[in-house]
Design a protein around this ligand. Structure first.
Ligand SMILES: Cc1ncc(COP(=O)(O)O)c(C=O)c1O
Ligand SMILES: Nc1c(O)cccc1C(=O)C[C@H](N)C(=O)O
Length: 393
């Protein structure tokens, strides 16, 4: 009853028809977003017509060459960025490397010997591995700290800070405006990883003065498996951004084939080599589902979905059987609910067999991601009910 009423009032309900979905409750869009229905036909066109018929001409006439910036501009409003600051390409991991080394180089432009990189101690592992390598390469010490503790460790030595907007395991949303301001107060740049927030909640990159940001496009942006990531470099820092991966695609004159490197102006400076056109144009098609959608509407529904899930879990699941590790406060919640549970791996396998797809993160977390564009309140109710049944077995 409640679910029906909520679905009836859902302004985004119609968006679900723009995705290829079956009767499974899909709560794993925070790992791999569902397939937008427009994508297969577009990929077919890219392969058969653009590649098959137009061949090399597609690089120019078909807009392949400029796709990284063009698609970056399509992502920009979703993360609160004006055009010209985002370039799409490479993986998130590679972009973390570009952004973090680039950040250290920016911090040292004033000649001061900053030698410490602060990294989120609870980070998704790839960011931590790359931060460690970036620290070694730049002669910095690496300081892993929980995000809430970051302001207390910042100082003259801080060269750069790498943080996650939403924690991949707990679903905790970190305070991007306050942490960015704290890092700026010591004169250092900050790099934000938006993998778990872009497309799920407002980010406000320009508004909050973020220096650099990266994110993937295969979660809430539904770009597909391995779809290219993106790099944001704040407009006013672009001329000083010194990429550690200067490739011919970021050269001011790529077809000049000159031996000396001269960086292009603008977001293009974040490019490296030949873009992955098939994945990139699949992503471009996938982003069409955002036409007519505001991130604020998505955020409002995301919070309503996660509130309703918590309410249903409390109503159906025996007390003490699961513990919610995602903060209750809206200001601290992303678009997922993480429940700590004994035998979480086994419980998730049984949930999936019963048509409720979330995922398991070691050691003991059941993760449920809520993508407002295609998850409804009826799905939420069913997921909680099936969870209660599985836990009662
Ligand atoms: C926060 C975060 N950063 C990075 C990644 C992954 O990076 P990549 O796209 O290089 O696999 C993920 C998930 O895969 C993630 O959750
Ligand atoms: N990128 C992934 C992949 O290639 C395979 C399986 C999962 C992923 C993920 O994105 C995991 C995800 N970042 C997480 O938050 O756990």
């Amino acid at each position: 009853m409640r679910a029906e009423k909520l679905d009836g009032a859902d302004v985004l309900a119609g968006k679900r028809d723009e995705f290829v979905l079956d009767d499974v409750v899909y709560l794993d869009g925070n790992s791999l977003g569902a397939l937008p229905a427009v994508v297969p036909g577009r990929v077919e066109d890219v392969v058969r017509r653009q590649w098959g018929e137009a061949r090399i001409r597609s690089w120019t006439e078909g807009g392949w060459w400029t796709a990284p910036e063009r698609i970056g501009d399509r992502i920009a409003p979703l993360v609160g960025a004006a055009p010209g600051q985002i370039v799409v390409g490479d993986s998130t991991s590679v972009n973390v490397f570009k952004a973090l080394v680039g950040a250290v180089r920016l911090a040292r432009l004033d000649g001061r010997d900053r030698d410490e990189i602060v990294v989120d101690a609870t980070t998704f592992p790839t960011d931590g591995y790359i931060a460690e390598s970036a620290a070694r390469m730049t002669g910095c010490a690496l300081r892993p700290v929980a995000p809430a503790e970051v302001p207390g460790v910042l100082g003259d030595r801080t060269a750069a800070v790498l943080l996650n907007h939403v924690d991949y395991r707990s679903g905790r949303l970190h305070d991007l405006p306050a942490l960015t301001a704290a890092v700026h107060a010591v004169g250092a740049p900050v790099v934000w990883d938006l993998c778990h927030s872009a497309g799920a909640l407002p980010v406000g990159l320009d508004e909050h003065g973020v220096d650099l940001a990266v994110g993937c496009t295969y979660k809430y942006l539904n770009g597909g498996p391995g779809s290219p990531a993106y790099l944001y470099v704040r407009g006013e820092s672009q001329d000083r951004f010194d990429s550690p991966l200067p490739g011919w695609n970021s050269h001011a004159e790529p077809f000049g084939m000159r031996s000396g490197y001269e960086p292009a102006a603008g977001a293009v400076r974040g490019r490296v080599g030949t873009p992955d056109i098939l994945s990139m144009l699949a992503l471009e098609a996938a982003l069409e589902v955002w036409d007519g959608v505001t991130v604020d509407a998505v955020r409002a529904k995301s919070l309503a979905l996660t509130d309703f899930f918590l309410e249903c879990v409390e109503a159906y699941v025996p007390e003490g059987r699961v513990e919610c590790v995602t903060p209750r406060a809206h200001a601290e919640r992303g678009s997922q609910i993480a429940l700590r549970c004994a035998d979480a791996g086994d419980v998730m396998e049984r949930l999936i067999r019963r048509g409720v797809v979330g995922d398991f993160r070691r050691p003991d977390v059941l993760r449920f991601g809520f993508t407002p564009l295609y998850v409804g309140f009826g799905d939420v109710e069913r997921a909680a009910r099936v969870l209660a049944e599985v836990l009662a077995e």
